[in-house]
Design a binder for this molecule. Structure first.
Ligand code: ATR
Length: 278
């Protein structure tokens, strides 16, 4: 049976094995998918061993996405620019190929599942770490009118904007410069919510037409979602759909078949709220 896994540290809360088992069942594919916690100093060796022993594909999560990018012989899609990969496989020439499906996952969730628009919109990306970096190239390809990156450490936002300058109107600012601006779409890509924190954003950046999207998810609303609702945002979305959509794109790269995501997203939500009652 074809073997797949997600490599991360920590990884035990990963929902990927559950999602890929659902995809495999739905599409009649025979495969196994595990979640493997990889010691920090063993990542490269473990990836190479996995493929040498016939493994078919890997997902890569925190904190290894940049190291996985560096290990690849070649990059597909927008991954070369993203500088981080979450999906690995061997291409037909036997090369280790890395792709980043997070960007497509985010876009599909916003535009297909929620019928939102990015083209022509004024977008604020909050954060300048791996999460934002991973989705930025695919985001720019959707032709937003203007992309602003805001980050606590402004130099990181500036470095990220400089990498992609020329592709869209892109600027980098600190949180204190947000006052007086309003955005059509605000995407939170910081890890603040994982610690119950909220980046220091004034409520004035949200109008009743603004869509807010948190790349993370929790059992109920994330801190960012709760803030967005309080500000009167048109939508306050979490990252559950993005998680399933990025997995669906990885499944497609590996198997050549696109799974249906709607039922899997709905079931994952049900799982999350059921675990609430534990
Ligand atoms: P990831 O790969 O998940 O993006 P990361 O590279 O460590 O992780 O980046 C975390 C992001 O969340 C950064 O943009 C970080 O801001 P700094 O670059 O200034 O560190 C941001 N972040 C984390 N906690 C935050 C907080 N409490 N308020 C605002 N931003 C926060």
């Amino acid at each position: 049976m074809d073997r797949y896994a997600v490599f991360g540290n920590p990884v035990k809360h990963s929902r990927s094995p559950w999602i890929h088992a659902r995809f495999a069942q739905q599409t009649g594919q025979s495969l196994v998918y595990s979640a493997d916690e990889i010691p920090l100093d063993e990542f490269e060796k473990r990836v190479l061993d996995f493929f040498a022993k016939g493994g078919a594909g890997l997902n890569i999560t925190v904190p290894f996405k940049e190291r996985a990018w560096a290990l690849c012989d070649t990059h597909g899609g927008f991954a070369a620019k993203a500088g981080a990969v979450n999906t690995l496989f061997r291409n037909k020439d036997g090369q280790l190929c890395g792709d980043n499906t997070d960007g497509i996952g985010l876009l599909r969730d916003i535009t297909d599942n929620h019928r939102g628009q990015i083209a022509g919109k004024s977008v604020l990306l909050v954060g300048a770490g791996g999460a934002v970096r991973g989705v930025l190239p695919s985001f720019l390809a959707e032709n937003p009118a203007k992309v602003t990156i805001v980050n606590r450490t402004v130099i990181k936002a500036q470095e990220l904007a400089a990498l992609l300058v020329g592709q869209a109107e892109i600027s980098a600012i600190g949180f204190e410069e947000l006052e007086g601006r309003v955005f059509d779409l605000i995407v939170n890509g910081t890890s603040a919510g994982l610690h119950g924190d909220l980046p220091p954003m004034p409520s004035s950046i949200v109008s009743t037409d603004t869509w807010c999207y948190d790349m993370i998810y929790g059992r109920g609303d994330t801190v960012f979602q709760a803030w967005a609702r309080q500000c009167g945002a048109a939508k306050a979305l979490d990252g559950v759909g993005m998680l399933v959509e990025q997995a669906a794109q990885a499944f497609y790269l590996w198997r050549g078949i696109k799974p249906e995501t709607a039922a899997v997203i709905a079931d994952l939500r049900a799982e999350l709220s059921a675990s609430d009652q534990d």
